[in-house]
Every structure is written in structure tokens, then in C-alpha cells.
Design a protein around this ligand. Structure first.
Ligand SMILES: Nc1nc2c(c(=O)[nH]1)N[C@H]1C(S)=C(S)[C@@H](COP(=O)(O)OP(=O)(O)OC[C@H]3O[C@@H](n4cnc5c(=O)[nH]c(N)nc54)[C@H](O)[C@@H]3O)O[C@H]1N2
Ligand SMILES: Nc1nc2c(c(=O)[nH]1)N[C@H]1C(S)=C(S)[C@@H](COP(=O)(O)OP(=O)(O)OC[C@H]3O[C@@H](n4cnc5c(=O)[nH]c(N)nc54)[C@H](O)[C@@H]3O)O[C@H]1N2
Ligand code: SF4
Ligand SMILES: [Mo]
Length: 725
């Protein structure tokens, strides 16, 4: 790029000078420099990809102190030797134009000034103390996308402050699923795809919502003839490896599962012994399923009754090597009003198949256990007693939501209601990734203190009083973690690119010091890391050279369920106690299309992570080349509306109106319009990808589902009309 800015006359002069210098035997020539630079040795440093939660093991190849390329670690269970496009591109974040290079203080609308770390810490500490004095720790919250290092440091600081509102990103991701499993099976079991004979995916898309190993696993299962049923209103790329695509009306998977249970029971295809031994409440459950026939479900789901019978019988006849895959975000992790009960049904249908702990069924993980700091030498702060400010665990609000997940997307609303006063965000961009960004932005700005720690500018950072710049993944060593029966750790591949950025452990420790809470941080990150790996017989040096180190798998645990009854709760007493239906019943989604409207669904594209990677110039180029930002609408409906492929349309809901081009296709249910999820950023400080494509969250109101509190991100109908250029 520099050559573009190089005036031609200077360039000619420089070339002549270089030629003369080379003639005189001087090594200073561009050609010589390039030869030396490319011949420079390459060092391979183990790291972990930070671009999505799969955290694949990678080797960073470093040449002349700069990142040259990355490759996947073979021994790491997520990457298995490969990385996806996002991983290859994401490592370049270190050099990204949108990096935050100094601690910043907001002095006006979209107006920030750089300050010193010392000033940032002192001012944050003073303001936080004021909030604590005036309102107590009940009104302080912390939200993050948990990774090993921040999951250790930030909650410890929050506990020291006395706050108990610690939230992960899950209310925008999988809280519906996680709450349902917690109260039904005591935790999440995962499908044994390699050994199953018949598997049903409910929207879950291993090929686009991916890790390299998930996509490869699905391909391998398909190649060996596994029956793979993909239920999705959209023909997603997972259908490449599906025996059958079953299009479904958005938000109605619950009805499908009620009918599958009905058939398994009515046709005696369920595993009676397993149910007798391991389930509670089967009689009530059986009674509850009685009227949910496939004929009934067909009218709700728009799936032919014959297909529903075929799915139920396919599952029943192949049990226990058959299952409903556990799901993630799709379709109900956080997407529809009936999400939590839908996932209760996934757990219950798997129970009817008696597949828990069996080959080809559902298996619980048994990870090796990491150690922790010696509590005598390094006393942890006492467990905070403060009331949470997101309503979690509170009777009448969200008593059954996971306390380690919380309800992150409702905090701006709670700030507007005066229920929250100070907030800290780490590695999370709620203002863009949750519904109704305008409201979120307004709410965050209403806080007395709002601090965001990120590596790049984001929509959330734009709302903050203080922005703390972390150094990027390639520039830091982090705490170890386990993956399968192995330990893995990120190590620093390059020096920090911007000298004023810091790794998180330093930031938290120094901030704690300014709060007068330094006694809870009397250790280094290395001390913590060493304590974590010690019981597994691994050293930090092992990890720094090998990246991922296999350890002995813990002895297999006998089958068991971590619920109150120690069984699978087909009838859930806790649900009954809190006024929720103890046996799942049909509840329609809020959003229903009519002849003038569509339910707006969305989903991942394999080369983008949420909305962040569209700011990568290479991935943006891929999107632009393939017109991949388009809204999908069904060909028949498009024809009736006079809309042709490539037309510009206006999409409207009560929350927003946006313009986008359409992809007219047979690959989407007539009542759904599908928007790829990774577009439409608006933070004014971003230099790449801003304003390209549109974000589904703009259309959806910000609300919390009744049981688990998730964001119901697909509960919205939109109208679509063709507009001129
Ligand atoms: N490329 C990429 N991969 C990722 C990520 C990423 O950002 N990018 N993020 C990671 C994360 S955090 C997550 S949570 C996972 C998410 O992984 P998934 O849950 O597999 O992915 P999504 O794309 O969110 O799922 C949306 C799918 O649900 C379908 N769908 C919509 N409504 C319904 C419905 O009513 N019923 C059914 N059956 N299907 C429906 C959509 O058409 C779409 O295909 O992906 C992970 N992997
Ligand atoms: N439109 C849309 N909305 C979505 C989704 C979507 O695909 N599209 N996906 C949904 C799902 S499944 C999820 S899980 C959530 C995810 O939502 P988030 O948890 O917000 O995840 P990301 O968008 O990946 O990243 C958030 C922020 O982390 C910052 N970051 C990256 N690396 C680092 C680092 O090393 N240190 C620090 N301090 N910051 C870093 C990024 O710059 C970014 O601003 O979004 C949900 N919402
Ligand atoms: S799946 Fe891709 S983006 Fe996610 S961690 Fe692995 S390489 Fe990185
Ligand atoms: Mo997610």
C-alpha cells in the first residue's frame, strides 16, 4: 500500500539511489530486502483461535516478528488439524485498523479522548465506589463472553466488589436450551454422531454454525449412510449432508416433538425399561402427549403427517442408536417464545429412546479436572450476598434461569428503569448482537458508569464512559483449558502491536489495586496457570512448546442425572412450583406470518462470526463477491409479490425499516424470510464493513422469554416491499 502514496519523483530518485548503492556493493536494495525477508526463519508458536467459542488449537507461524500464517493443531479436538476461514482471517486482528490503541474516555457523543491507564483506573475506581456507596452492589453488573482467562479474573473482581450479577452472552445464544436441560437431565448430553443410525437436527447447522470438526463429523456420518434429518424452515448448507430436508413453519418444533413423543408412546416404540429406571413423571407425560397426533402437528408445523410418523418410527426403530441432536442457538436456544419447553421435549424424546449413555445416543462429557490456586495463600473474596439486578434466581422474575448465564440483553432496559447503575462489559458486543440496538445504546448510556474492554471499537464501546484496550489473542498468553482429554493453552506469538494495550490479568489486577482490593489478586497469571495444570501432570513449558497436551481421561462415570430427583424429569416439579407447565404443552410462537408478512429468521454463514468478522477486509470481500448479504425469500411468494432475484426491497417491522437486495429461492419456507446474521454494523469508528448488509436484530423488540429469559431473537414478523434503486 505504501507505494500508492509514494510520489513518483521520489520513487525514481530512490530507485536510482538504490541502484547506485547496490552497484557499490551495499545490501540496501528492495530486492535484497525482499529476498532476506522471505528467507527469514519461521517460528511456530501454539495459540488458540479467538474468533469463535470453538477456540480451535492453532499454530501461529511468525516471520520477522510478524504473523505469517496460521495452521490447525492436529491434537486439538475442535480443529483436528484444520481451521476455518474465520480463523485464518481472525488472527490478523492484531494489525486491524479498528484496534483501540489507548484507554479512552468519552467526552461527548461519538467523541473520545485518549487517557493514561492511571487516569482510567483512578476515575473508574472513584465512580464505582460512588455507585457502591449510593446504591450498593445490587446495581452493579458484569457481562462477558466467557473464555478461560476472563472467566477467572472478572468474576473474582466482581465478587470482591460484592456484585453477584455476572452474565455470559448466552441469553442471546443458548439459554433456552441450557435452562431446559438443567431442569430435565441435570446438564447437557451431546449426540454421538459417529455411531448413530438415525439423527434429527432441529435447525442446528454443523456446516455453517461450525467448527472444523463439527462439519467434518457430519460429512463422515453422511458418507457412511447414517440417516440424517435436517428440520429447518431453510435449506441450509447442513442439508449437503442430510438424507432429508424437512421444511418447518418457524417456531413450531415443539409441536413436532410433541407428536413424535405421541407416536413413540402410542406405537410402543419407546424404551419402557429405561423410562421405568431413569425417568420421573412418565404417567403425567404420557397423558400430556395423548392428543398431539401427527395429524394435529401437521397443521401446526406444515410438515406432512406421514413425515412426522416416519421420523418417530425412524427414531423408535433405531433406538438406542438414534437421537435428536442437542441443539445450540438454533432454533430455540434463544429464538422463540416456546424455546425452553421445546428443549425440555428434546430431552424427553431422547429419554423415550433410552439413548442416554449408549453408543449412537446422547453422552455426557467427563472432562479432566483442572486445579486451582491455594486458597490459603491467595484468599478468594467471599461469595457476594447482593441481589442480582437481572432478576435471575428471584421469585416472580426468572427463578430458574442459570445464574452463571443471566439475562445479559435486558441490562440496558434495566438501566433505563433505574435497576442497574454500573456495568462492565468484556469481550461482548450486546449493543449489536441483541435485539433493538437503539434501545440497547440508550440504556447503556443511561448508566452512571459503563466500562467496555475490547480489542476493537464496537457499538457497545461507543456507549462506554471508559474503553479499556486489551491486546489481541496473538499478543498474549492466556490461562489453560481442557478440550476432550487434553489440556491446551494460548501463548503469545508476537509482541504487542500497540504499546498501550495490555492483557486482561494486568488490567483487572491493577483496577482491583485502585479499588483497594489488591489482596484478592496477590498472584500472577502464571501462578494461576501453573496451579490449574498441576493435578494433570502437565507443565506450562509443555504447553508453550506443544500447544495441546493429551492427558489421561478420567475413569468413565456410571450413568446418572444431576437433577433434584437424580432422574430425568419428564414431569418437572420445579417448573410446577414456579407456575410453569411441568409437562410441556403446545404454545404457539408469537410471530406468525400472514399473506402480507414473513417471520424473519436468521442464521450463521460459515465464513463470518456473529457480526464482528464482517469488519475483516478479506471476509468482507468474500461477502461482496458472492452477494452473500441478501435476504432469502421463497420463489412462489416472490412471484406473487412481483419481486425478482436481485431486486432491492424494503423490510419493515415496528422496530425498523431497512433496505436490502433479495435472493429468490426455493430453499426457504414460504412463511419465512431468512437473513444471514453477520451484517449491518453501525459503530462510527469502524473503518471496515460498516453499513454493509442489514442486521436481523434491528427488527426485533428487546424482550425476555418467560422461563429462561432468553432474547426470542426470531419472534418478529416483517413486511417486505419492492423499492426502486
Ligand atoms: N460460522 C460461524 N460458526 C459459528 C458461529 C458463528 O458466529 N459463525 N458461532 C458459534 C455459536 S456462538 C453458536 S451459538 C453456534 C450456532 O449454531 P447453530 O445453532 O447451528 O446456528 P444458527 O445459524 O444460529 O442456527 C440457525 C438455523 O436455525 C434455522 N431456524 C430458524 N428458525 C427455525 C425453526 O423454527 N425451526 C428450525 N428447526 N430451524 C429454524 C435457521 O434457518 C438456521 O439455519 O455456531 C457456532 N459456530
Ligand atoms: N446479528 C447477529 N446477532 C447475534 C448473532 C449473530 O450471528 N448475528 N449470534 C448470537 C450468538 S449465537 C451469540 S453467541 C452472540 C455473540 O455475541 P458476543 O458475545 O457479543 O460475540 P462477538 O460478536 O463474537 O464478540 C464481541 C466482542 O468481542 C470482541 N473481542 C474479540 N476478541 C477479543 C479479545 O481478545 N479481547 C477482548 N477484550 N475483546 C475481544 C470483539 O471485538 C467484539 O466487539 O451474538 C448473538 N447475536
Ligand atoms: S471454528 Fe473457525 S473461528 Fe471458530 S475457533 Fe475454530 S478456526 Fe476459529
Ligand atoms: Mo452462540
Amino acid at each position: 500500500m505504501w507505494a500508492n502514496k509514494f510520489p513518483r519523483r521520489t520513487f525514481l530518485k530512490a530507485t536510482a539511489a538504490t541502484a547506485a548503492a547496490v552497484g557499490a556493493g551495499d545490501v540496501f536494495s528492495l530486492g535484497e530486502w525482499m529476498k532476506q525477508a522471505s528467507a527469514a526463519p519461521v517460528t511456530k508458536i501454539p495459540s488458540l483461535c479467538e474468533t469463535c467459542s470453538a477456540a480451535c488449537g492453532m499454530w501461529v507461524h511468525v516471520k520477522n516478528g510478524r504473523i505469517w500464517k496460521v495452521t490447525g493443531q492436529k491434537d486439538h479436538g475442535q480443529s483436528k488439524g484444520k481451521l476455518c476461514a474465520r480463523g485464518h482471517a481472525g488472527i490478523a486482528q492484531a494489525y486491524h485498523k479498528d484496534r483501540i490503541t489507548h484507554p479512552m474516555k468519552r467526552v461527548g457523543e461519538n467523541d473520545f479522548v485518549p487517557i493514561t491507564w492511571e487516569q482510567a483506573y483512578s476515575e473508574i475506581a472513584a465512580k464505582l465506589k460512588k455507585v457502591l456507596q449510593e446504591h450498593g452492589p445490587d446495581k452493579v453488573f458484569f457481562s462477558h463472553n466467557p473464555r478461560p482467562t476472563n472467566a477467572f479474573y472478572w468474576p473474582r473482581l466482581m465478587a470482591a466488589v460484592g456484585s453477584s450479577t455476572i452474565q455470559s452472552h448466552h441469553s442471546m445464544c443458548s439459554t433456552g436450551r441450557d435452562v431446559a436441560y438443567k431442569w430435565t437431565t441435570g446438564g447437557m448430553a451431546t449426540a454421538d454422531l459417529g455411531n448413530t443410525k438415525y439423527i434429527v437436527f432441529l435447525g442446528r447447522n454443523y456446516v455453517e454454525g461450525l467448527s472444523p470438526s463439527s462439519a467434518a463429523g457430519m460429512e463422515a456420518a453422511y458418507a457412511k449412510g447414517t440417516n440424517i434429518i435436517v428440520v429447518d424452515p431453510r435449506h441450509s448448507n447442513a442439508c449437503l449432508f442430510a438424507t432429508e430436508w424437512v421444511p418447518i413453519r418457524p417456531g413450531t418444533d415443539l409441536a413436532l416433538l410433541l407428536a413424535v413423543a405421541n407416536v413413540l408412546i402410542a406405537e410402543n416404540l419407546y424404551d419402557k425399561e429405561f423410562v421405568d429406571e431413569w425417568c420421573v413423571g412418565f404417567d403425567e407425560f404420557k397423558k400430556g402427549m395423548k392428543d398431539y397426533t401427527p395429524e394435529w402437528a401437521s397443521s401446526v408445523t406444515d410438515i406432512p403427517a406421514a413425515t412426522i410418523y416416519a421420523i418417530a418410527r425412524g427414531l423408535g426403530k433405531n433406538r438406542p442408536a438414534s437421537c435428536i441432536e442437542q441443539g445450540y442457538k438454533a432454533p430455540n436456544g434463544c429464538n422463540y417464545a416456546n424455546g425452553t419447553q421445546m428443549f425440555r421435549m428434546v430431552a424427553c424424546v431422547n429419554a423415550l429412546l433410552g439413548n442416554y449413555g449408549k453408543a449412537g445416543g446422547m453422552k455426557f462429557g467427563n472432562p479432566p479436572k483442572l486445579g486451582s490456586l491455594d486458597a490459603k495463600k491467595h484468599p478468594a473474596p467471599p461469595k457476594p450476598k447482593a441481589k442480582r439486578c437481572d432478576g435471575v434466581g428471584i421469585k416472580g422474575e426468572f427463578p430458574l434461569c442459570q445464574p452463571n448465564q443471566g439475562i445479559v440483553h435486558m441490562m440496558p432496559q434495566r438501566a433505563l428503569e433505574g435497576k442497574a447503575k454500573a456495568g462492565f462489559l468484556y469481550r461482548i458486543n450486546v449493543a449489536r448482537n441483541a435485539p433493538q440496538p437503539e434501545l440497547l445504546t440508550k440504556g447503556y448510556k443511561a448508566l452512571d458508569l459503563f466500562v467496555v474492554c475490547d480489542i476493537k471499537w464496537s457499538e457497545s464501546a461507543m456507549c462506554a464512559h471508559y474503553v479499556l484496550p486489551e491486546c489481541s489473542a496473538a499478543e498474549r498468553e492466556d490461562l489453560p483449558t481442557v478440550v476432550g482429554a487434553a489440556v491446551t493453552m494460548r501463548t503469545a506469538a508476537i509482541d504487542v502491536v500497540h504499546s498501550e494495550t495490555k492483557p486482561l490479568p494486568e488490567i483487572v489486577t491493577e483496577l482491583a489495586g485502585h479499588m483497594g482490593l489488591g489482596k484478592y489478586f496477590n498472584f500472577t497469571r502464571e501462578d494461576v496457570a501453573a496451579a490449574m495444570v498441576k493435578p494433570l501432570g502437565v507443565t506450562l513449558e509443555d504447553l508453550r512448546t506443544k500447544g495441546t497436551v493429551k492427558v489421561k481421561a478420567p475413569a468413565a462415570k456410571p450413568l446418572g442425572f444431576n437433577t433434584k430427583s437424580k432422574k430425568i424429569e419428564m414431569y418437572c416439579q420445579a417448573f410446577a412450583d414456579h407456575g410453569y407447565k411441568p409437562v410441556p404443552e403446545w404454545e404457539p410462537p408469537y410471530a406468525k406470518a400472514d399473506k402480507n408478512s414473513f417471520v424473519l429468521i436468521h442464521g450463521k454463514q460459515g465464513f463470518l462470526s456473529h457480526t464482528t468478522s464482517i469488519s475483516d477486509p478479506y471476509l468482507l470481500a468474500v461477502a461482496k463477491r458472492g452477494d452473500l448479504e441478501r435476504l432469502w425469500i421463497n420463489a412462489d411468494r416472490a412471484k406473487k409479490m412481483g419481486i425478482r432475484d436481485g431486486d432491492l426491497v424494503e423490510v419493515s417491522s415496528p422496530q425498523a425499516t431497512r433496505k436490502v437486495r433479495v435472493k429468490v429461492t426455493e430453499r426457504v419456507h414460504p412463511e419465512a424470510a431468512y437473513l444471514p446474521a453477520g451484517y449491518g454494523r453501525f459503530a462510527p469508528f469502524l473503518k471496515t464493513g460498516v453499513g454493509y448488509g442489514i442486521n436481523p436484530n434491528d427488527f426485533t423488540p428487546c424482550r425476555a422469554e418467560a422461563i429462561s429469559g432468553h432474547a426470542m431473537m426470531m419472534e418478529v414478523t416483517v413486511t417486505i416491499r419492492k423499492v426502486g434503486e
